[in-house]
Design a binder for this molecule. Structure first.
Ligand code: ADP
Ligand code: ASP
Ligand code: MG
Length: 440
């Protein structure tokens, strides 16, 4: 079987939905499981709707969402009443909702994928492909109750496998959403449809998880920043995962984990240019190394916080490090990178949100703490990135242009280097390195 996930732009209007259906139809032999995002812009519109308190604004926002979908139905000549149940449920929810907690927000945003899946299912049907739109919870996507950033429960993959194997038609599954055991709707974090595709692909041991987008593949860097960016034909799981974590918007950062564990390759392809080979993400970094360049791709992330802790206690050994990790773990705060010296530790947190009060006061008991939100992380991957002299030359390119580099971390397996620069220098640094190593 094959998982085929289509992003928001790919299902953004009637014409692109027709392109999606043609791609699915040509892959019927591979027994596709289709996963879809919401129509482009709809998730944002739903978040806005959920957050407005004015009743007239709410009605207006709903009308906008309805219009977007009705236009697609009309252009595709589908039944104009296809989405009435969802529209009514959304209207009900808008009328009833008073408080705006994460639970309610997840209920609101779930409509994006529930609407788009119905449309794609019906469009396939109209093309003569037997298909059925299914909310992810009906195929076993059961998650924990971390609303807004949920994770599937360990029991979920077996359930998914069972449900999918029993289907006789092409399923069009909603990305991004799931339900708790108690039946509350959850979401897997923004951009989470990629993650849905990976979870399903791993559960059914698919031959490949295809992520169809509006770009030709995983590019050497964000093409909006560097128009000369090129497709990277092949990446290893670890590299893609590192790039996604450090800001490459092309994939949801948690996508690689299930795929990696199950050994299912992930392919990035372009809905609007399906002949292009795209990017294959595979498990053989050592194999890949031979074909790679010094730098294959790079990215940056601005929403990070760097915390430095200085303390004489560090001279006494590792206990304090363990205490720091426990403290972060107790309050569910992720640590991305860590650098140690004899008397200090520096941590990179993958968010710009203020540290929970308890974490901050806990750290202050251990030593002098400074918190820096003015840095960006840059992540560079490539097969020879860790050979002698490469990092040195890279940093001298930057230093020559007065971009100061700090907290350099190298992945032990040798596929990446990450470091920090001032936020205001991040784009400049990426452009400069791209020019020096990739566009040449
Ligand atoms: P989708 O709706 O298919 O999930 P997204 O909008 O989430 O698509 O992501 C696609 C965008 O990510 C592209 O338009 C591109 O500008 C951006 N992007 C950032 N970094 C990269 C990269 N390294 N390779 C490809 N695209 C990237
Ligand atoms: N529709 C969701 C979002 O915009 C999930 C996704 O597109 O992957 O974040
Ligand atoms: Mg996306």
């Amino acid at each position: 079987m094959r998982v085929m996930k289509f992003g928001g732009t790919s299902v953004g209007n009637a014409e692109s939905i027709q392109a999606v259906c043609a791609i699915v139809r040509s892959a019927l032999k591979a027994r596709p499981v289709v996963v879809v995002s919401a129509v482009a812009g709809v998730t944002n519109a739903l978040i806005k709707l959920a957050k407005t308190t004015s009743a007239t604004e709410r009605v207006r926002a709903q009308k906008g969402i309805r219009r977007t979908h009705e236009k697609i139905l009309k252009d595709l000549r589908l039944d104009p009443t296809l989405l009435e149940n969802e529209f009514n449920e959304l209207a009900d929810l808008s009328k009833k909702t008073k408080k705006q907690d994460k639970k309610t927000l997840d209920h609101f945003v779930s409509f994006g994928e529930r609407l788009s899946a119905q449309i794609v299912g019906a469009a396939l049907q109209k093309m003569g492909v037997s298909s059925e739109a299914l909310p992810a919870w009906e195929i076993g996507m059961i998650t924990n109750d971390e609303f807004g950033d949920a994770t599937p429960l360990p029991a979920s993959p077996a359930l998914i496998k069972k449900k999918i194997s029993a289907l006789k038609v092409v399923p069009v599954v909603t990305g991004y959403i799931g339900k708790t055991r108690k039946g509350r709707i959850t979401t897997l974090g923004r951009g989470g449809s990629d993650y849905t595709a990976a979870i399903i692909g791993a559960a059914i041991h698919a031959e490949v998880i295809q992520i169809w987008k509006e770009v030709d593949g995983f590019m050497t860097t964000d093409p909006r920043l560097v128009p000369e960016a090129r497709i990277v034909p092949e990446l290893a799981f670890e590299e893609a995962s590192e790039l996604a974590y450090f800001g490459a918007k092309v994939l949801h950062p948690r996508t690689m984990l299930p795929a990696m564990k199950a050994g299912v390759p992930v392919q990035i392809l372009n809905t609007f240019n399906p002949k292009e080979k795209g990017t294959m993400i595979v498990s053989n970094f050592n194999e890949r190394k031979k074909s790679s360049r010094v730098i294959d791709a790079l990215t940056y992330r601005k929403n990070i916080t760097v915390i430095h802790i200085y303390s004489p206690m560090f001279f006494d050994g590792n206990k304090i490090i363990a205490d720091i990790f426990d403290l972060f773990g107790d309050y569910n705060v992720n640590i991305g990178d860590i650098a140690l010296s004899v008397a200090s530790v520096s941590l990179v947190m993958d968010s710009n949100e203020p540290l929970p009060r308890q974490v901050r006061s806990g750290l202050q008991k251990m030593g002098d703490v400074t918190i820096d939100t003015r840095k960006a992380a840059i992540c560079v991957v490539g097969g020879s990135i860790n050979t002698a002299g490469v990092a040195g030359r890279m940093f001298s390119v930057l230093e020559k242009n007065r971009i100061h580099v700090e907290m350099i971390a190298q992945a032990s397996a040798g596929y990446s280097i990450t470091f920090l620069v001032k936020k205001k220098d991040a784009e400049k640094a990426v452009k400069m390195l791209h020019k020096a190593y990739i566009s040449v």
